[in-house]
Design a protein around this ligand. Structure first.
Ligand code: PLP
Length: 462
């Protein structure tokens, strides 16, 4: 289809084609892959999206990023299969709640968080390539909750891939865990590590740094920085804008951890979509809010909040924005080394200025998250999860400035039911599916917090 290639933000890895970028997480130079140019859509094309389905829009967007390793019909088939088991016909319905406030519900996939939108597609795409090559892989990843479930759900029927997901033992919500551990499939392996999420990630990093081991076991990483995830998420910004009655002067408010979801919106803008502004909504882990205020990007310790999927200090995809704004991989390299060595970097005033042309950022306290969940329920009979509450609350002071505010609703409230029930004193929003999952048998292996026990487990399972 196209002649697009993918370059590393740090400039010293080889360019990749689409098919290879799907299987590569991190570039060998430590950078993230990004297309060498942004495909543009003209205004007539974008206008025509208002009469297209989500799947049709997805095809129009994704086809611009793939190459001839995938035919048009193959792409259409993968899109159609990826979104056939969502529980809403619109896939990501745009809900008008009141005044100029909208919610883009991204949680209608099988594991109730927006991660399904990319994972359903990527698992089938990888399965397609593997089948063509008659190749098998073993997928390895760590999760703090939502990504692992979406990945397991996506890959459970892909016969050419086994999947191993590490999560921190007793440190994720019951519903998050059960979404992973109740799946019946011989190719799925859940490993609970006696340690923290950081410990899980360190084990994965160490295993992947052993190149011989990685090759001998056909290991592929599944993580939050894969380009294909961003690509899939661009689609719903086009979808949302096509459904707004008048989309001029619209702000998107995005609960942000790793900066992947909001970066996808920025890419949509680069492709020609007329989005006025993005609000980087943060909880008390406010590193990006501080960065936009001061230009100083300084790491602090992670705080545990009611919105755990955005309890993050290292916001990996921010690197992609820095690269896109500067097109200077040496500059990006220097910043990332400073962050690693000194836990802080300073942005040049000119770069901060460019970031502020597309982004604002506001952080939300735990108290205000709870107040919002309660207010939205009492005033509008709307039940939102804590991440969505961060997104909504974070843009409250901006409502006069924009014609429309679209908050990305990133998880179903039932996924965080203990927090939500505690606030609204009612569990009617908990679906039958969640009740069923809670009662199902679980399958997982609890392992010590060390590399060799995980390697031993993999050796006996592949
Ligand atoms: C992953 C996640 C986020 C954060 O998305 P990023 O792309 O990491 O910024 C927000 N909300 C929920 C529910 C998530 O699972």
């Amino acid at each position: 289809m196209n002649n697009i290639s993918y370059v590393s933000t740090r400039g010293s890895s080889d360019k990749l084609n689409f098919r290879d970028v799907v299987f590569e997480g991190l570039a060998t130079d430590g950078g993230l892959y990004i297309p060498d140019k942004w495909p543009k859509l003209d205004i007539h094309k974008i206008d025509s999206f208002s009469s297209m389905s989500y799947q049709e829009i997805a095809y129009e967007i994704i086809k611009l990023y793939v190459d001839d390793s995938l035919s048009k019909d193959e792409l259409k088939k993968i899109i159609s299969e990826s979104y056939c088991n969502f529980d809403h016909d619109d896939i990501t319905p745009l809900i008008h709640s009141h005044d100029n406030q909208y919610f883009l519900e991204l949680y209608h996939g099988p594991t109730y968080a927006f991660k399904d939108i990319a994972m359903q597609f990527i698992s089938r795409l990888m399965g397609h390539y593997l089948e063509n090559d008659n190749r098998n892989i073993n997928i390895l990843g760590a999760t703090s909750g939502d990504t692992g479930a979406a990945a397991i759900e996506g890959f459970k029927n892909i016969t050419s891939a086994k999947i191993f997901i590490l999560h921190p033992h007793n440190k994720i919500s019951e519903v998050q865990r059960k979404f992973m551990t109740t799946i019946e499939s011989n190719s799925v392996h859940n490993i609970a590590i006696k340690g923290s999420f950081d410990d899980c990630q360190n084990i994965i990093k160490k295993i992947f740094s052993d190149t011989n081991y990685k090759i001998s076991k056909n290991l592929t990483a599944i993580n939050s920085i894969n380009w294909a995830r961003i690509m899939c998420q661009i689609v719903y910004y086009f979808y949302a804008m096509s459904r707004l009655p008048n989309n001029k002067n619209t702000l998107f408010s995005v609960p942000t951890g790793n900066f992947g979801d909001i970066f996808a919106g920025y890419v949509a803008k680069k492709m020609g979509l007329d989005i006025k502004m993005f609000n980087i909504a943060t909880n008390e882990n406010d590193i990006l809010t501080r960065t936009l205020q001061t230009g100083i990007h300084a790491l602090k310790n992670v705080k545990e909040t009611s919105s755990p999927s955005i309890d993050i200090q290292i916001s990996s995809n921010f690197e992609r924005l820095l690269y896109d704004i500067t097109k200077d991989s040496e500059y990006v390299n220097n910043l990332m080394h400073e962050l690693k060595n000194k836990k802080v970097y300073n942005l040049d005033e000119s770069i901060l200025h460019k970031i502020r042309q597309s982004f604002v950022s506001n952080s939300v306290s735990e108290t205000n998250v709870r107040t919002t969940i309660s207010n939205l329920y009492n005033s509008y009979n709307l039940v939102v999860d804590p991440h969505t509450a961060v997104g909504y609350t974070s843009s409250i002071d901006l409502r006069e400035t924009y014609n429309n505010i679209v908050t990305l609703s990133t998880a179903h409230p039932a996924k965080f039911k203990d927090t939500v029930v505690d606030i609204i004193n009612n569990d009617n929003f908990v679906t039958k599916k969640i009740h069923d999952i809670i009662n199902r048998d679980e399958k997982m292996t609890i392992l010590e917090n060390d590399v060799s026990s995980v390697q031993k487990f993999i050796n006996t399972s592949v």
